[in-house]
Design a protein around this ligand. Sequence first.
Ligand code: GAP
Length: 516
Amino acid sequence: MTQEELFKKLIAHCKEYGFVFQSSEIYDGLSAVYDYGQNGVELKNNIRRYWWEAMTRLNENIVGIDAAIFMHPQTWVASGHVGAFNDPLIDNKDSKKRYRADVLIEDWIAKIDDKINKEVEKAAKRFGDTFDEAMYRQTNPRVMEYQSKIDEVNKRMVAALEASDLAEVKKIIEDCEIVCPISGSKNWTDVRQFNLMFDTKLGSVTDEANTIYLRPETAQGIFVNYLNVQKTGRMKIPFGIAQVGKAFRNEIVARQFIFRMREFEQMEMQFFVRPGEEMKWYEFWKETRMRWHKAMGLGDNKYRFHKHEKLAHYANAASDIEFQFPFGFKEVEGIHSRTDFDLSNHQKYSGKKLQYFDPETNESYVPFVVETSIGLDRTFLLVLSSAYNEEKITKEDGTVDERVVLKIPAALAPVKLAIFPLVKKDGLPEKARKIMDELKFDFACQYEEKDTIGKRYRRHDAIGTPFCITIDHQTLEDETVTIRYRDTMEQERVPASKLRGIMIEKVSISNLLKKI
Ligand code: GAP
């Protein structure tokens, strides 16, 4: 199965099993807006909780807030979003399709990079154990030529974007002979800037003065509250403020399911530090956040850092954590050193002092900020895309069965325990209900008595339930039950009285937190 086929199947699976639905589907949907179903919302809540507790419980100097989505419009002037939160867009006149000009160029660079990787792979096969990859990359004429093309185009693109030189961006597209993926033609319009913020009106008066924006990032709610939290929480620098909430962007190219949406959720943490110490904390948070990801156990080799060449208007250093999605390595989280850009600008535009008095140095200053910013929906997609497995199972009688199983980390799974009476009679349903009534206070449990046990297992494999508990006639005699493990399909008989202890051990989010 190709990665593209896998991704299509995953999208269909998300709908079939109540994880994600297209928004307003009965009206043919709304582009790049999605709803989470009964299993999706549980998974999303668990990921959110894993992040929240990693931030606010594991760090005594990080607290949370929940700021409003609507903010005073001056917020977005001060933050630079009104002036600079733009994407350069370009249309193909033949296909009438609209693209982000920088993405077209980045895709072109990725294609050349693929060519290099293919050359390296071929050479590695040819030379075997004696192959020195670094040396080969530095000396092979074809690889060197490809690399110098990439470097040159990258340099031109960064310079053009930083200078907002849109004519040069178009020239790069022409010089690289980039064609529209739909029409195959090079018939491009000029490149234009497009502001990504949604606006609306406050109250009933519709004049310009009442225009407000749906926040494009949650971070600004933290910045404008930083002194409120610092003073009321008696926080000392360095300290952090965490927040989870919706953000809105009128994305030009919204694609790849929930990867790029127009309404999405961010989990952001702003860490306030002494000026001059930001690089130390930037490195600290890069490493800490990578450990958070890897603690989920989805495969260390599926992650990598990507250092930004073109920095956002507020940053002096930035890296992404990228994950290997079915459509390639893509950003899931950004770690940004935002300097004092935001706080200084809010100070300027509001006319209110936003300085911190540092009792250790006896100085007042505007703190510098290192932020970690991760998309909740992207993390959801990351978990599901690595959890989705199609397996063939050889049964005892030699026949082959198939199953789709979501190997979601147990601590994040929507349903932790499925409880099955073996049959719908002989007092087994009553016994199963009794066991469930004891466990439901601690775990998300589901009771099922319909269909064969095999069918019930398959249904729960498909939504990622890590443990199925079967209550049979032996349970009535000796108070033991069978646990069936999702990933290995092995079964184990244990005393019912021990279930709670065994399960706490296996499904608690603290298991993940301890690995960070
Ligand atoms: N406050 C910094 C900030 O917003 P960003 O890199 O623009 O930085 C941070 O966004 C994260 O938010 C991204 O790494 C991504 O996971 C998520 N994100 C951004 N735009 C998104 C979109 N349109 N749909 C889904 N997630 C998005």
